[in-house]
Each structure stands twice: as C-alpha cells, then as structure tokens.
Ligand binder design. Structure first.
Ligand code: AMP
Length: 113
C-alpha cells in the first residue's frame, strides 16, 4: 500500500525507533506514547486491521503473538502489560495497517475505555 504510513515505516521510508524486526514483523516505539513503554508491532505485509485477518495472513498474526511476550520481556515489562488493537472508526483506529499496541511500564488503568 503506497500511501500507508506503516508500510512506509516498514520500508524505511519514514524513520522509526526500532525495537525488533524479522521477516514477518516490525516493532517500534509509538511516536505519541500513552504509557512509559508504548511499542507497536506491525506485520510487514499490509493488512488493514483485525478486520482484515484471514487465512492468508493468520500465520503472520500467529507469529506476532508468539513474539509479543519476548518483545515485552526485552522491554523489561516483568509486571505485565496490555496488548490492544483498535479496529475501524468506532474503535478509533487511526492507521489502517494492522498493529498491536504494547503498553506497560506502570500500573495501567483498570478501565478499558
Ligand atoms: P491507532 O490509533 O490504534 O490506529 O494507533 C496508531 C498509533 O500510531 C498511534 O498510537 C500513533 O501515536 C502512532 N503513530 C502515528 N504515526 C507514527 C509514527 N510515525 N511513528 C510511530 N508511531 C506513530
């Protein structure tokens, strides 16, 4: 997707503070952190959101979820963390490229919204 912000970050056309990268995913610091640790994990292949997960890309999503605990551990989130994916307009998804927020580094709110 040529006009997708996270595709441009994946391609290195827009800089990011990289946390982890392999052939399937890129993890980088959120530009506007909402917790002391706020990292985004995105698949390298464009998927619009959780609503775009299908048999063709579910393997990449599986690999991302297998890797998130390792990324969180490397970030020092020993007391826990939150993983969020906003979906669509009502979910306040601002970037239509599937991504998972990893939030932690402090006691988070017990409210979900
Ligand atoms: P969402 O609102 O769930 O779609 O999340 C998009 C996230 O991308 C927000 O938390 C933004 O702060 C973050 N973001 C937007 N532009 C950038 C960027 N250039 N580098 C890192 N994070 C970004």
């Amino acid at each position: 997707m040529s006009d997708c912000l996270f595709c441009k970050i994946v391609k290195g056309e827009i800089p990011s503070k990289k946390v982890y990268e392999d052939d399937v995913m890129l993890a980088f610091w959120d530009i506007a952190p909402q917790a002391p640790v706020h990292v985004l994990v995105v698949p390298k292949k464009h998927v619009c959101g959780v609503d775009g997960i299908c048999a063709d890309n579910a393997g990449d999503v599986k690999k991302i979820f297998e890797k998130i605990p390792k990324i969180a551990g490397d970030l020092g989130l020993i007391n826990g963390y939150r993983v969020i994916s906003n979906v669509g307009r009502d979910g306040c998804q601002s970037v239509r490229h599937l991504h998972f927020h990893i939030l932690g580094g402090a006691q988070l709110s017990d409210k979900m919204c």
